[in-house]
Design a protein around this ligand. Structure first.
Ligand code: ADP
Ligand code: MG
Length: 357
């Protein structure tokens, strides 16, 4: 696979405050890359630099191996889909999709037949057949999202940058559009760089995930690797499925002064020591039973549970005041009847924890 996009040492500050620092990554031809990070981590700034809406302070952006520093935004061959869709409110679906082709500076499309055939192919692809003559205020949010996508794709960009494209949709529609986006992308063979603040969306969509951590690259890997082996406490935190403890390595255990967890397996080098155990790898037991060899655990008070459809989330308060979350998938565990304010033992396999230090 060749790289369509390569970013080398990109940095950008506003009023001497770094928004991006030394970001390097590459995106292969025909790849779907998710860019995950919490709000303010620099996701939009990175997309704006790639698109050419702003200039970096340092670093290079290579498109097909060529530095594009001097290429203006509209000549980069890069598509952009905005979170708020940014459609022309007074134009029809058809004219919104046609706008760029008809009005572009270089080589505007004037042949009505060619134009119509291009647009109708796109209307069909994104599932808007029959709606092309409607005004964009006469269609639903999900349909407007499809117009925004069609309008970008019709100019045949090599790469499309999507900035939280599903953020404005309700939860149901968001899930449905995920599958649609993947289908449309693979049908066209176009490269997607999709920004999201949602870990489930990033994991579901990307062939690879780039995690942005305070303006720097936290991790780049497959969804499976990022989910199972986050390389830093921050990346683990952004995945929203780990319980994290800060503390220190103390002999053959990790300790935070209140809890001690025996160390098994490798240590992940990190300047901030931390202990992470995934919410779904924890078992709830009656208290008072001692841990078996190879197990780690703590006693905690049960607070409440929340039913999420396929799973239950159980919330506990540990002795150090930490809220510990335990996820029970109903496909492999029956829901547990726990007594509020009673003490239980939370147990996991010591070698399934990730220890940073
Ligand atoms: P997000 O990951 O939520 O998209 P952004 O990329 O928008 O985050 O912003 C990253 C950081 O850069 C934030 O601290 C933001 O306040 C700052 N920032 C972004 N654009 C500007 C700007 N035009 N002027 C000043 N600060 C900015
Ligand atoms: Mg943003």
């Amino acid at each position: 696979m060749t790289d369509v996009l390569r970013i080398e040492g990109l940095s950008k500050s506003y009023s001497a405050k770094p928004a991006l620092f030394d970001v390097s990554l590459s995106v292969a031809d025909n790849e779907y890359v998710s860019l995950l990070g919490p709000s303010g981590s620099g996701k939009t700034v990175l997309l704006r630099l790639i698109a050419g809406f702003e200039q970096p302070d340092a670093g290079r952006i290579l498109f097909d191996g060529n530095d594009i520093a001097s290429v203006p935004a509209h000549e980069r061959g890069i598509g952009f889909v905005f979170q708020n869709f940014a459609l022309f409110p007074h134009l029809s679906v058809y004219d919104n999709i046609a706008f760029g082709l008809v009005n572009r500076e270089r080589d505007p499309l004037t042949d009505e037949n060619v134009l119509r055939s291009k647009i109708m192919t796109m209307v069909d692809l994104v599932g808007l057949k029959g709606l092309e003559d409607r005004g964009v205020h006469q269609i639903s949010g999900g349909q407007r999202q499809r117009v925004a996508l069609a309008r970008t794709l019709v100019s045949q960009p090599r790469i499309v940058l999507l900035d939280e494209p599903l953020g404005a949709l309700d939860a149901n529609l968001r899930t449905r559009m995920r599958g649609e986006l993947r289908r449309i992308r693979s049908q066209l063979g176009v490269t997607f760089l999709h920004v999201t603040g949602s870990e489930t969306e990033a994991l579901a969509m990307g062939d690879r995930i780039v995690v942005l951590d305070n303006g720097s690259v936290g991790q780049i890997d497959t969804p499976d690797a990022v989910y199972n082996r986050p390389i830093s406490p921050n990346v683990a935190r952004y995945l929203n499925c780990y319980n994290l403890f800060e503390g220190a390595i103390d002999g053959n255990a990790f300790s935070n002064g209140v809890h001690r967890f025996p160390l098994k397996g490798a240590l992940w080098p990190n300047s901030v020591p931390a202990y992470a155990i995934r919410q779904d790898l924890i078992t709830v037991r009656q208290s008072g039973v001692s841990l078996a060899d190879g197990e780690a655990g703590l006693t905690a008070t049960y607070l409440a549970s929340e039913y999420t459809g396929a799973a239950f989330m159980y919330f506990f308060k540990a002795a150090d005041g930490h809220i510990v979350e335990v996820e029970g998938h109903l496909s492999h565990r029956a829901p547990q009847n726990l007594d509020a304010n009673s003490t239980y033992q939370l147990v996991w396999k010591a070698d399934e924890a990730l220890v940073y230090g």
